[in-house]
Write a protein that binds this ligand. Structure first.
Ligand code: SF4
Length: 369
């Protein structure tokens, strides 16, 4: 399990190694055919900042070679804001007082219809807070059954599950699972996640192994930018990605680098990442792993999303509501975080086409299940 492997990597030592990288290390990484984790550290280090143009060119080339000139579109569907955890940065934190809702089967069906009216989406990401008593595996299986006729590609972003539960949901039509480790800094993890099941670092971290063992087709991973030194966190994530690729090589992988957005509770990020740094990180990941999907959500503002879509990103969300029932049932309820890009899906698709790319609404078909 990766939580054991992670013990081989010291946080402070990794931070120091990244800080020590030089221009020569960056040059070596840019010329390498298969990057080591030291090469990756060079590309995310401050020494790589002057190389942004070269990194962008390489990232664009690798992305076009592997994916073509296409951007895949997806939309999240929040089913509940009920949560037993107390993540200090999240609006759904159990200590925040507001009305909690859990969508009923009929309401889930209404939301699916409302999403289909927004655009020809086939990629749906089902999202819940973490409350197994009201949104456990039975509830998720039922939700998949309801959503299945409307969308050909169903993914979930929910609490980490057991191997058996991932396998069961995969048999029920699940294609992908996204889970954010938030931070790989084991010592400080509990400061941000003081209560509930999410406070168990190893259970969350090893969830990716359980997904792999269950045969989940696509695994999405990420750290929350704003908690700890982002360079060290993404280096740990790159190691995690390579570990997973070695073991679960049939699986497709995706990464996402969400920057913290304003949310109820008013937590202020410890670390602020600039647009240039987020671009550097995106290029570094593409150069490190040519095959990984890189997803950019509506947390980011239109200007950044429009630029990065031709330089390394492969999928974008569009038209997102980050509150349960936000498309139809409860249009005014509480958001998990503030959205940065509130363009309609059609406007996002127009922006993709304006850059000479194709907007792809569907990249999976039920026939493959
Ligand atoms: S981040 Fe997720 S687990 Fe944490 S409080 Fe928010 S909804 Fe719950």
């Amino acid at each position: 399990m990766f939580s054991d492997e992670l013990k081989n990597y010291d946080w402070a030592e990794t931070t120091a190694r990244i800080a020590s990288k030089t221009a020569a290390d960056v040059e070596r990484a840019l010329a390498a055919r298969r990057l080591t984790d030291d090469d990756f550290m060079a590309l995310v280090s401050p020494a790589a900042a002057p190389y942004l143009e070269r990194m962008a060119t390489l990232s664009r080339r690798y992305t076009q070679e592997r994916f073509g000139r296409v951007i895949s579109l997806y939309i999240p569907l929040y089913l509940t804001n009920s949560c037993t955890n107390a993540c200090v940065y999240c609006g759904f934190n159990r200590h925040n007082r507001f009305k909690r809702v859990v969508l009923t089967p009929a309401q889930i069906d209404d939301e699916c219809r409302a999403i289909r009216r927004l655009g020809p989406f086939e990629n749906l990401l089902i999202v819940t807070g973490e409350n197994p008593a009201v949104a456990g595996t039975d509830y998720l299986e039922e939700a998949l059954r309801i959503c299945r006729p409307y969308f050909s590609n169903l993914s979930i972003e929910v609490m980490p599950l057991s191997t058996d539960d991932y396998a069961r949901l995969t048999r029920a039509g699940l294609n992908g699972v996204t889970c954010f480790q938030e931070t790989y800094n084991r010592d400080r993890y509990k400061i941000y996640h003081p209560a509930g099941q999410k406070s168990d670092f190893a259970w969350r971290c090893d969830g990716f192994d359980r997904m792999g063992m269950a045969g989940v087709h696509r695994i999405g991973m990420g750290v929350l930018i704003g908690l700890e030194d982002w360079r060290t966190d993404v280096t740990m994530m790159a190691r995690h990605l390579r570990y997973l690729r070695r073991r679960y090589w049939r699986t497709r992988y995706a990464v996402n680098f969400p920057r913290m957005r304003p949310a109820a509770g008013g937590f202020h990020p410890n670390v602020v990442m600039t647009d240039r740094e987020l671009a550097q990180l995106t290029f570094a990941f593409r150069i490190f792993d040519h095959d990984v999907d890189i997803s950019v959500s509506t947390r980011e503002f239109p200007r950044f999303r429009d630029n990065i879509m031709t330089l390394g990103a492969t999928s974008l969300s569009a038209g997102s509501k980050t509150d349960p029932g936000g498309y139809h049932t409860y249009p005014q309820s509480s958001e998990q975080f503030a959205v940065g890009d509130d363009r309609t899906p059609a406007e996002v698709a127009d922006a993709i086409r304006a850059r000479g790319y194709e907007a792809v609404w569907k990249d999976w078909d039920k026939v493959f299940d």
